[in-house]
Ligand binder design. Sequence first.
Ligand SMILES: Cc1cc2nc3c(=O)[nH]c(=O)nc-3n(C[C@H](O)[C@H](O)[C@H](O)COP(=O)(O)O)c2cc1C
Length: 197
Amino acid sequence: MDFNSPPISPIESAETWFDDAKNAVTTENPLAMTLSTNQHDGRIASRIVLMKSFSQDGVLFFTNYESDKAQEIDANNNVALLFHWDVLARQLRIRGRATKVSADVSDEYFATRTRLSQLGAWASEQSKPLQSKDELMARVTELDAKWEGEAIPRPPFWGGYCVSLDTIEFWQGRDGRLHDRILYTNDGSWSCERLQP
Ligand SMILES: Cc1cc2nc3c(=O)[nH]c(=O)nc-3n(C[C@H](O)[C@H](O)[C@H](O)COP(=O)(O)O)c2cc1C
């Protein structure tokens, strides 16, 4: 990323940063991101989800469509995404609107998950109270038997969201906390401005 003469579009720079994270960050989930949503009472909720792909159309992640986060998105689909790669001294912030992806896209990704993850998606009423772990594991065992020797279909209540790219901010740490920041805004076309650290 050339902060002195930033490219017109941020897409390639973001792709480069995601590639750098995959190559340089040795933790298990270099593409883990914090997803913040608006709760119904005006408060904000944050949690980690995994980015599964990035393109000019947006950021793709998967979850339970009946979870707290999904209900919050149903009511207000303005969300914020946050990546931090300490070893690269980089932060990437994205704001946008989350919309459900097509059933085909969700089916395709669900099919790549391990069988246990597929069973987990069926068994977990994500975000709801759980009396005991035994209760959850009993559901997993029951569902495993139900589909023994068969492919497991995607639950209708599980799938992907795509977060549009409304703003993207690149932050690169520098000595003396004189960090570099560029904020891109998408109003049909991209514009950008440099921000003070
Ligand atoms: C490294 C990591 C990756 C995670 N990835 C996902 C994910 O891709 N999708 C998801 O629904 N939850 C994921 N979770 C769990 C969420 O952080 C959260 O606990 C769950 O989605 C329930 O959130 P909610 O009750 O606010 O809806 C992940 C957690 C961690 C720590």
